[in-house]
Design a protein. Structure first.
Length: 495
């Protein structure tokens, strides 16, 4: 399958060649022709699957075709941008009349980083098109700057929901001309408590719009919302190697305490096969502290979390892309959407609270078909959390022990029932000191798919944070109920 066969406009084909893309990914193969034909889409695919191009290429194609056919931009201003209108009003000695931006396409994303990434990708795919402007409307960006961007009447808006609502309420955006609505990482937006904002935004768009929803899962609340806002959608479920993370070697190391964990992390970060790494922590404070500690230890490390200003976050990510930062120490939300090909390793310094976050975290490595390594440093008391992740991903994560860094404890209660013991992998350990031993699933250590799969409650989806949503309305705060509820989480990603 080639991009030509998908029927894309020549200007887009040229941009794809320039970007070095040779063939469409599975999600692109299915989504692009359907979207060109105007169908709504409900797509379950992970980050790394090429989903951005899957919704952006067909939309750009349609804009390119419309531009060729010289379809007027019917925004009631004779095709002039609000900026041009203001200038001509001033030249007539009149006070410029404010005209809201009238985008043709809106992409909603959960985080600023993902929004910026989508905008950058759009610029890349549309580089040879005559006039397509994509701008990001984000929390954390100064309002005057955003007003300036909106005054250019961009065709494409990429926005986080909260800030977009602010602009809608102050009359800066008018969706009457909107043709395409995309919800990117919709499950994550719901997790972050954006359900009401999304409903309001959708209600402000024309019924005639094309809607494309992308999500890691189409189950539960996100699935019912998807059905509500789409019309006769084509449902695409991508179970690619990237989705299953077959290209990412995962493993768990058990640790006795913090000092053991820190020593082990230092050791693992010296792995010669490591190019760049992301270390995930549970708190922003830990992200700062560990980045400081690693810098002192001689690693080029930097923290990334939601308390940092957007400028500082962008600088850190740029440093990562340029290879100046080797170890990024990040919290979940800040690291969401990071797409840096050099990330070979992901370390869970702290396990994520929820299994979906594990999937998102490890997806920072193994980008675009490369190989990656994901290592979780786990306290003995957290065995049950590993088990939940295994149920969610339907994969067994092998336990690894490095000589010289062995855990002192030899058993952890939750794992006992599964037939597994920390240290099991060491029984046949013939490795030299410092050399890693690696246990494959089902190699006689009791980590095979059989007993460990047999959980009592069924899949993780039935677990605590989903329960609120099962009876109907989405429970905004349930997932983060032990902090400040959904509201607290929102302050990370938006406004
Ligand atoms: P995404 O899933 O949209 O975050 O894309 C993941 C990565 O794959 C990005 O770095 C894209 O630039 C890259 N990518 C997307 N589509 C293709 C393709 N057809 N060929 C090669 N790389 C691609």
């Amino acid at each position: 399958m080639t991009f030509e066969a998908l029927g894309l406009h020549t200007s887009i084909l040229k941009a794809l060649t320039e970007a070095g893309y040779t063939a469409p990914t599975p999600v692109q193969q299915q989504a692009v022709p359907a979207a060109i034909s105007g169908r709504d889409l409900m797509v379950s695919s992970q980050t790394g699957s090429g989903k951005t191009a899957a919704f952006m290429l067909p939309s750009l194609h349609k804009f390119a075709v419309a531009a060729e056919q010289q379809q007027p931009v019917s925004n009631g201003s004779g095709g002039r941008t609000p900026n041009q209108e203001a200038q001509s009003a001033r030249s007539r000695g009149e006070r410029p009349r404010f005209r809201p931006a009238q985008p043709k396409m809106l992409v909603l994303t959960p985080t600023r980083e993902l929004a910026l990434q989508v905008t950058t990708a759009t610029d890349k795919y549309g580089v040879f098109m005559r006039r397509v402007k994509a701008v990001s409307i984000l929390g954390g960006m100064p309002y005057p700057k955003q007003m300036q961007l909106l005054s250019r009447n961009p065709e494409i808006l990429v926005a986080t929901p909260g800030r977009l609502i602010d602009h809608m309420e102050s009359g800066k955006i008018d969706f009457s001309q909107l043709q395409v609505l995309v919800l990117d990482e919709a499950d994550r937006m719901l997790d972050m408590g954006f359900i009401d904002d999304i409903e309001r935004i959708v209600a402000a768009t024309p019924e005639t719009r094309q809607t494309m929803l992308f999500s890691a899962t189409l189950d539960g609340v996100v699935g019912s919302m998807a059905k509500r806002i789409t019309r006769d959608p084509l449902v695409i479920q991508i179970a690619s190697a990237a989705t299953k993370h077959e290209n990412i070697q995962q493993r768990v190391h058990f640790v006795d305490d913090l000092s053991h964990k820190n020593r082990l992390l230092d050791h693992l970060l010296r792995d010669v096969s490591m190019d760049q790494a992301v270390v995930f922590t549970a708190t922003k404070r830990d992200a700062d502290n560990i980045a400081d500690r690693l810098n002192i230890a001689g690693f080029a490390a930097a923290a990334l979390h939601g308390d940092m200003h957007q400028g500082a976050r962008n600088r850190t990510l740029d440093g990562m892309r340029r290879g100046q930062v080797r170890v990024l120490v990040a919290t979940d939300v800040a690291a969401r959407g990071i797409d840096v090909p050099g990330i070979t390793h992901v370390f869970n310094y702290d396990l994520p609270k929820f299994p979906e976050d594990y999937v998102h975290r490890i997806g920072r490595t193994g980008r675009a078909g490369r190989k990656g390594t994901a290592v979780s440093l786990v306290n003995h008391s957290e065995g049950m959390n590993v088990k939940r992740i295994e149920r969610f991903t339907k994969q067994t994560i092998p336990v690894d022990v490095i000589e010289g860094y062995e855990p002192k404890k030899t058993a952890s209660a939750p794992r006992k029932s599964s037939g597994w013991r920390p240290g099991d992998n060491r029984r046949n350990n013939t490795a030299k000191p410092g050399q890693r031993t690696f246990a494959k699933p089902g190699n006689g250590t009791g980590t095979g798919a059989g007993p460990r799969r047999e959980g009592s409650g069924g899949g993780y989806n039935k677990g605590p944070h989903r329960e609120g949503g099962n009876g109907g309305g989405y429970n905004k705060g349930s997932r983060f109920g032990d902090s400040n509820g959904g509201g607290n989480r929102r302050s990370y990603g938006d406004r």
